[in-house]
Design a protein around this ligand. Structure first.
Ligand SMILES: Nc1ncnc2c1ncn2[C@@H]1O[C@H](COP(=O)(O)OP(=O)(O)OP(=O)(O)O)[C@@H](O)[C@H]1O
Ligand SMILES: [Mg+2]
Length: 366
């Protein structure tokens, strides 16, 4: 696998046939079942699933907080389990995690918290003899730089109790980055935030981790978070990976029922059937009209296809609903419109659109 510049990407996290089973009063319970994943360095992975799907369990395994019942978790080619305590600690020092509830020390200002972690990271590198030639910055300078990048410069001397939920999350991300991780695990970091704020944080995170070539695994139950920053998506359903792939491809053309439900819940196109079935249908078709949905599932839909088919086939298209979003660099989504014109022309238009890799479905006709 290569990145946009054609550079080979190294495996960062490899999960081989991992199962996690716990004993409960009702008997054994499988939290993860036969999970196999290869995550590449520098990419942002979104793990999406309903509550209880196993997202946090997966993150805990990668952070070495829990052990798999069977299978292995490897970071940079080394299996966490097979190392002695000292080597394991050293390996896991590459991993930072931000959880659902920020846990900054209540008696430190946020700049003190972040600087403390930066100081520890520097001591660790000194001990390992790494980056000797790199210019040295004071921990407080590193902290200030990170807080500024996350829009918290003016609040740097406040205590956690004085910050809003979103500010606290940003401060936690700054602290995690001060640790200079190569892997950053984010568990529902934007779960409690409103849409605009979570969008802002995700964008800042994306910029910072891409500059630093950090691998990110973000657990979420919001497809909007995946669309915002993820390169790849992993869909978990009751402990099983039911789908994975580049975010654009999976969202544009979901294969698993669970993925489809997530994607539809976030798209107004999913509401078409509700509109048609409602007591007061918004669409009243006249004879010769067809209600057609067009879904863009390939990466190269950049032409203005609707105006093209209206001209080329001499038909009218009245757009009822459109939901097109850019994920990665590509438009995905689609439109629903009433097509009107000679039967044969509409049929030819459909064939033409399908040739352009557009998914065409006649939803209703009169
Ligand atoms: N130590 C444990 N003992 C028993 N059950 C557990 C344990 N840890 C997790 N579980 C159960 O395993 C399932 C998966 O939990 P996990 O926290 O990974 O889910 P999640 O996908 O992160 O859910 P959420 O979206 O609610 O955070 C849940 O049903 C949870 O109750
Ligand atoms: Mg969770």
């Amino acid at each position: 696998m290569c990145d946009e510049r054609g550079t080979a990407l190294a495996d960062s996290i490899v999960i081989r046939d991992v199962t996690k089973t716990v004993l409960t009063p009702d008997g054994p319970k499988s939290l993860l079942k036969g999970v196999d994943l290869h995550l590449e360095q520098g990419r942002i992975y979104g793990v999406i699933g309903l509550g209880g799907a196993g997202k946090s369990t997966l993150l805990k395994l990668i952070a070495g907080e829990i052990r798999p019942t069977s299978g292995t978790v490897e970071l940079f080619g080394r299996s966490i389990r097979e190392l002695d305590d000292a080597d394991r600690t050293e390996l896991l020092a590459n991993v930072a995690k931000v959880g659902v509830t920020p846990d900054l020390a209540p008696d430190q200002t946020i700049i003190e918290s972040v600087a403390e972690v930066a100081q520890h990271a520097q001591e660790r590198r000194d001990r390992l003899g790494e980056d000797k030639d790199k210019p040295r910055l004071e921990p407080s300078e590193i902290a200030l730089h990170l807080l500024r990048a996350l829009g918290l410069r003016a609040l740097r001397n406040l205590y956690p109790a004085q910050l809003s939920g979103g500010e606290l999350q940003r401060a936690s991300v700054a602290r995690a980055l001060a640790d200079e991780p190569r892997i950053l695990l984010l568990d529902e970091v934007t779960g409690a935030l409103d849409h605009l704020e979570s969008r802002e944080i995700l964008r800042l995170i994306r910029q910072l981790v891409k500059e630093r070539n950090i691998t990110v695994v973000l657990a979420t139950h919001e497809i909007s978070a995946i669309k915002e920053i993820c390169d790849n998506v992993i869909v978990l359903d009751r402990g099983l990976v039911v789908e994975e792939g580049p975010a654009h491809a999976v969202i544009a053309d979901p294969q698993a029922d669970r993925t489809r439900a997530f994607v539809q819940s976030a798209s107004s196109l999913g509401k078409v059937s509700d509109l048609l079935a409602g007591p007061d249908p918004v669409v009243d078709l006249r004879p010769g009209q067809k209600l057609i949905s067009l879904r863009y599932v390939s990466e190269d839909v950049s032409e203005p296809l609707v105006s093209l088919v209206t001209r080329k086939f001499g038909i009218d298209v009245n757009i009822m609903l459109a939901d097109i979003q850019i994920v990665g660099k590509y438009p995905i989504g689609g439109i629903v419109g009433i097509f009107e014109g000679p039967e044969r022309n509409i049929r030819d238009a459909i064939i033409f659109l399908r040739g352009k890799k557009v998914r065409v479905e006649v939803i209703a006709e009169n």
